[in-house]
Design a protein around this ligand. Structure first.
Ligand code: ATP
Length: 354
């Protein structure tokens, strides 16, 4: 397999800037996920790596070698699309072997590779069926198989699970993770689903408006988002984020929000007083009065997702969501004390993490 490097990729479609100075390095064997809202440029970037769309500026390197002049076929990458793009008139077996037949691979090798791939994906029993006789999950596996059988340098996957229902999606996600461990291939995977990105990626590239906002391991993206966009895009329910002023009170750092204030004692901050945004994840708020200075919030309603509940409350003039255990009981109108560990808050200045 190959490493992928992108250097200062720019792409416009008329007046639309689809990609702006995108730099990226994906190690050999790495599972890299491109994550971002619709229209942020994920698919365009994937198509540029594949050679299906030319970039305006910048370079694509596979294993350190520029491939900008190579046609898609010559780049030796395999792509799996959201639509699967299987040949409807061919059986599963023919769909799997098609790419190898086109490349004039000797017949016995084709047979061996198709069989191995089918075994790996657990689709041996479906070999004589046509795509219309398959379920969504089975079609998805055949599409993956068609990419795998070629033993390419690189796999490019564009939202391959988005046509599956939620349950199937989570089981195919696990399969995909297992498969990646087995084949040790380099994968660049596009999704707008943060759960997919967090569970699958060795690294996650968060994009917005054609720009890379952060590249990191999933746990770092979650724990140390580099800006308020990443902070609120990753995490469900999303991070509580407040505009306010950072000041010193009796020498201690202190956040003054709209109608509430929070003591940030113990937090080492090398910044002056001034306007900031303060973020608190719903699971980083404890109900009850702890050692740290408490807040008070008024419960508005509860939402129950089965495994846990979320309290939606008012904190001063702001909204607040708190994650609580599934058996927690609160009434609308109830005033509850909350504790926030100052080391768990995220502070941003002009949108960027401090
Ligand atoms: P989605 O998740 O909806 O597929 P995406 O992040 O993959 O979105 P792209 O498809 O890469 O986004 O599109 C990036 C931007 O470029 C969008 O504003 C889109 O409208 C625009 N765009 C993409 N392809 C073309 C094209 N062929 N002609 C004109 N504009 C395009």
């Amino acid at each position: 397999m190959a490493s992928v490097t992108l250097k200062a990729i720019n792409k416009r479609f008329g007046n639309i800037v689809a990609l702006s100075r995108v730099d990226l390095h994906v190690e050999d064997g790495e599972f890299c996920v491109l994550l971002g809202p619709s229209g942020c440029g994920k698919s365009t970037l994937l198509n540029i790596i594949a050679g299906l769309i030319p970039q305006d500026e910048g370079t694509v390197l596979l294993d350190g070698q520029p491939v900008d002049r190579l046609a898609p076929r010559e780049r030796d990458v395999a792509m799996v699309f959201q639509s699967y793009a299987l040949y409807p008139h061919m059986t599963v077996s023919q769909n799997l072997s098609f790419g190898l037949r086109m490349r004039a691979v000797p017949k016995p090798d084709i047979h061996k590779r198709v069989l191995e791939t089918a075994r790996l994906l657990g689709i041996e029993d479906l070999m004589d069926r046509k795509p219309r006789e398959l379920s969504g999950g089975q079609r998805q596996r055949v599409a993956m198989g068609r990419a795998l059988v070629r033993q390419p340098k690189l796999f490019l996957l564009d939202e391959p699970l988005s046509n599956l229902d939620a349950r199937l999606r989570s089981s195919v996600r696990l399969e995909l993770k297992r498969l990646h461990r087995q084949i040790k291939g380099t994968i660049v995977y596009v999704t707008h689903d943060q759960v997919e990105a967090m569970t699958l990626g060795d690294s996650v590239v968060v994009m917005r408006d054609g720009k890379v906002r952060q590249i990191d391991r999933p746990e770092t993206i979650y724990a140390r988002p580099s800006d308020t966009f990443v902070a609120t895009f990753i995490g469900s329910p999303e991070m509580n984020l407040y505009q306010g002023r950072l000041m010193r009170k009796d020498g201690r750092p202190h956040f003054q929000g709209s109608g509430f204030s929070l003591d940030l004692v113990g937090l080492q901050l090398n910044l002056k007083e001034g306007e900031v945004e303060l973020g608190i994840r719903p699971e980083d708020i404890e109900i009850g009065q702890g050692r740290a200075m408490a807040l008070q919030a008024k419960v508005e309603m509860l939402s129950n997702v089965g495994s846990e509940k979320y309290v939606h409350a008012r904190l001063g003039q702001e909204g607040l969501t708190v994650r609580v255990p599934k058996d927690a009981a609160f009434q609308p109108g109830q005033v509850i004390p909350l504790t926030v560990d100052p080391h768990r808050v995220h502070i941003f200045h002009e949108g960027l993490r401090l």
